[in-house]
Structure formats: C-alpha cells, structure tokens
Design a protein. Sequence first.
Length: 308
Amino acid sequence: MRDRSSAMRPRPFDRPGRFFRGNIHTHSTNSDGHATPERVVEAYRRQGYDFIAVTDHFLSRYGYPITDTTQWRTSDFTTLLGAELHVPALANGELWHILAVGLPPDFAPPNPGESAADLAARAAEAGAFVGLAHPAWYGLTPDEARSIEAAHAVEVYNETCAMHNDRGESWYITDLLLSEGRRLTAFGADDAHLSESRPDAFGVWVMVRAEQLDPRVLVEALKAGAYYTSQGPLIHDIRLEDREIVVECSPARSIFVSGRHRRVAFVHGQRLTEWRCSIEQFLGSYCRVTVVDHSGKRAWTNPIWLEE
Ligand SMILES: [Zn+2]
Ligand SMILES: [Zn+2]
C-alpha cells in the first residue's frame, strides 16, 4: 500500500460528502413532455434517483413555464427548478437550446431581441447552472458555442437525442473548446420526454458530490464542477500521485485518459478496477477520464486541468 497522503484529487473526488444521483434535463406536460410533472418526479424517485430538474421549454406557446416541483421534495429526494431557454436563432435557423438549472421561479421571459449570450448571462446571474444543450443534435457550431461566455458546461451526452437522431454525444465540440483553454465542465442528461415511441428515461445521469441533498447546495456543486456523468459505471476515485493519474472504478473493459487534440493513454482488459498512467503528456492543459463497462456503458469525468 502506497502512502496516499500526498495525493491530490480533482473535483469532485476532493470534496466531502457523498454522491447524489440526478437528472438535470427533463420535460413534462408543461411543455412537450408526455407525463405530468408529478409523474415525472415519481418515475425518477422510484428509479432510485436522489433529485431531478424538470426543465420545460421556456417558450411563449407554453406560457414560459418554470415548472414548480417543490411540493414533491422530501427528506430523501429533492428537485431543482429550471428550464430550457430558447431564442432565435443559430446560423442554420434552429432556435437556441440552453439549459438553465437553479432558476428563480419568477425568471423573466426573453426580452425582445435578447441574444442567446445575453439570455444565458441573465440566467447565470440569477443563480443558474448554464449548459449548452445537445450541440450535436441540432448542428451548433464551435463559434456559436464559444459565444456563450456564461456557459458553465456542455451537455456531452443526451439520451433523447441518442434515441431521436443518433446524435446523443457531443464530446467533439467540447474537446475543441477545452483544447483552446475554455474551462467548461461536461454533463449528461436524459432530456426525457417520456413518450411511448422513444425510450429516453434513466439512460444517463450526473453524480453530484455534496454534503447535503439541498437544491441550493446541489446547484452550487454543479457550478463548481463537483460531479461526474454516467450511463452505469461508477468512478470511485481519481487522484494524482507520483506524477501519475490513478483511476478507481467499477469493473471496466476500457479506461481512457484523453487530453488536448490526440493526446491519450488507455487500457483494455477484463474487469479493470484500478489503473494508473503518467500525466506528463497532459501537463499545461487538461485531461479527462472515460470508463467503459462490459456492456459498453460509459462514465465520464469533468476535465482535469494540470499545471506545467
Ligand atoms: Zn433541446
Ligand atoms: Zn430538452
């Protein structure tokens, strides 16, 4: 057993508390979802989640809903308030999709002519965790992503998009921005609409590390990057010791440490639960860890920034 006292841990593994499992992007009948807010909350609670954010489309045709789920908070399950914000338009004509979790219930509708960058900034100022929703699904360009300076994060995996046009994964644009030095974090979410035709619930979630299951604490933890994303695998610990990165996880068939451009270290095997590799090639930029289990399900850490 090595002395682990000198190990440095990146977020969230340096934080006290425990992991809480949540889905931070979901729709209800207050916009185009197929289940009432109460049924959505109940479905996630029954599945063993600790929290959910119902984030209906913040559009005039739905009455600009900030869906109120506070009445279903209990001692062991909580809800965050939020919405998916929209204004015209990407270069390709699509409305912007910006996720805001931790909004006040009286968040004002977009002002006439308000830009996506200004709307995102207003949501962040109001206290929200702001994420660029499903870039791959609707053709968001790197320049458009760059323009949202208030974004905390990119939605790197979206379950309903995976089931809709097979463009669930958005790591490519995220890695481009990270490689430029942009300090974004990376989350996955179901974006569940709970329709009969498209299974999109319980596919991907965030594991947020916090000391309390409290909405305000969870939103602050999201903003601080104190979470990782999973489709199934658990990441127990990440630490930096002896100029190596050490990964401890549930049994995996592959572990990747990916960095800027083509920098990478990887291992493939059977039921891998601990692996370490040198951090030298990642110094001065970032790396991130992907764990793949034997059924192909993935877990992703946030970017880990490494000084020279
Ligand atoms: Zn969307
Ligand atoms: Zn959505």
